[in-house]
Design a protein around this ligand. Structure first.
Ligand code: HEC
Ligand code: HEC
Ligand code: HEC
Ligand code: HEC
Ligand code: HEC
Ligand code: HEC
Length: 265
């Protein structure tokens, strides 16, 4: 009975701490506007477009992550995990690299298509869409209707959507990927928050491996020896370690409880 009361009070205190943190979202102090669900994870690519007098490219993660694993694009195809970091050119795409690994008229629409009437249809606008009114095939709200909800980010519980079979992720692309044997997935592990009133973090290899394989995290972001990688919450807010994905594409860092989920007694 007494234990229950204490944990209720502790829970309330924690709730207030987290609420305060949420209001001051993103870092310990600097405020940012929360993006709309359909904007979260969108990347604008403009290394060359503006200079070449064509609209910059808008790439949306919500549609692509509903079809492919992160690993397929960020390891096999080789996109950088940083907006603009790849340095894609139109020649790359025409040669079957980067966007052109799929946008080749087979896996997905190409830059130009031949209509049955013989006319050529240009699809430039569908990618070079920044600041333009473009008629897209996919609408975020229609596409994600009926998906399980999450509180932040795209407001979609992507893990559950995949588990429920609402989305099927391709992890292999003909002529791009190499067939490999899957590695054994390590057990869930506890990462210590190192602060008495902050719940510890449960890190699940199983949940992550579905999307990220192993190579997206090892060895570049994390060592493969437990405790070998040293980082703080501020590092995560700054986009490193867990923050390499969380806060940009995966659920945002102001959803404290999703990571700090171990019960406090
Ligand atoms: C599947 C998406 C996609 C389609 C379709 C597409 N592009 Fe691009 N294109 C890109 C990306 C991504 C870049 C890199 C943007 C940047 O960094 O500014 C790019 C860059 C460019 C550039 C500047 C760089 C360079 O290599 O000259 C031009 C010009 C360009 N595209 C023209 C076109 C034209 C014309 C079409 C239609 C016939 C087209 N694109 C269709 C994705 C696309
Ligand atoms: C269809 C391919 C594709 C898939 C699938 C994909 N990405 Fe990306 N990702 C990209 C491209 C393209 C960029 C932009 C790269 C550039 O601008 O050079 C990007 C950029 C990023 C960035 C940097 C964003 C920023 O604002 O700096 C992160 C983080 C990221 N992806 C994580 C993920 C995660 C996590 C997943 C899986 C849930 C994922 N990506 C799935 C293609 C993909
Ligand atoms: C791994 C494969 C893959 C890669 C890589 C990829 N795409 Fe796609 N993309 C798709 C598929 C499949 C669709 C859905 C096409 C359809 O149903 O017509 C799609 C759809 C889109 C759409 C939606 C258009 C609409 O009308 O709703 C845009 C925009 C787009 N991609 C841009 C890009 C850009 C820009 C890149 C590179 C930075 C890229 N994609 C890389 C597979 C890919
Ligand atoms: C999303 C990122 C991520 C992915 C994906 C990932 N890991 Fe890890 N892995 C971690 C983190 C974080 C640690 C802990 C590192 C630390 O404590 O310094 C870890 C630790 C490990 C360890 C040490 C475990 C222990 O108890 O000592 C092994 C082994 C490992 N990973 C293997 C894998 C394999 C195999 C895969 C693919 C099936 C994989 N990892 C995918 C993030 C990841
Ligand atoms: C390479 C990208 C990447 C990195 C790095 C990464 N994650 Fe994730 N994580 C994901 C993806 C993708 C998901 C699926 C859900 C989503 O995208 O929002 C996920 C899901 C989770 C979930 C599941 C939430 C739930 O609903 O059950 C937790 C918790 C989590 N991550 C914690 C962490 C922690 C802690 C770290 C650092 C030790 C970390 N992640 C590093 C990509 C990443
Ligand atoms: C993506 C997962 C993730 C999210 C979301 C997250 N944390 Fe953390 N947090 C961690 C991990 C992992 C550590 C452990 C770092 C270490 O090894 O010291 C940590 C450590 C901490 C610590 C311990 C001291 C420090 O600075 O390292 C505090 C305090 C903390 N987090 C607060 C928060 C608050 C407040 C939020 C929400 C605004 C939050 N965290 C959201 C993963 C997360």
């Amino acid at each position: 009975m007494r234990g229950l009361k204490v944990s209720a009070v502790a829970g309330l205190v924690l709730f207030l701490v987290l609420l305060y943190a949420l209001v001051n979202a993103e870092t310990f102090g600097v405020k940012k506007r929360m993006p709309r669900p359909d904007e979260y994870g969108n990347v604008v690519i403009d290394n060359y477009s503006t200079k070449k007098h064509i609209a910059p490219v808008v790439f949306n993660h919500w549609l692509h992550r509903a079809k492919y694993t992160c690993r397929l694009c960020h390891v096999d195809i080789g996109f950088a995990m940083k907006a603009g970091g790849t340095g894609i050119t139109e020649l790359d795409n025409k040669s079957g690299l980067y966007c052109g690994a799929c946008h080749n008229g087979k896996e997905a629409f190409g830059a130009e298509e031949r209509h049955i009437t013989g006319k050529t249809i240009k699809n430039c606008d569908r990618c070079h869409s920044y600041g333009k009114k473009v008629k897209f095939k996919y609408n975020f709200y229609k596409f994600t209707k009926g998906f399980p909800r999450a509180r932040f980010g795209n407001r979609v519980d992507w893990l559950k959507a995949e588990e429920m079979g609402l989305i099927k992720l391709k992890d292999y692309l003909e002529e791009v990927s190499i067939k490999r044997r899957a590695l054994k997935i390590p057990k869930d592990m506890e990462l210590k928050a190192k602060e008495i009133d902050m719940p510890d973090i449960i890190f699940s290899h199983r949940k992550h491996a579905v999307w990220n394989g192993c190579e997206l995290c090892h060895p570049d972001i994390f060592g493969v020896k437990k405790g070998s990688t040293k980082f703080s919450m501020q590092d995560i807010f700054n986009g490193k370690y867990c923050g390499a994905c969380h806060g940009k594409v995966s659920f945002p860092t102001y959803d404290c409880q999703l990571c700090h989920s171990k019960e406090v007694y």
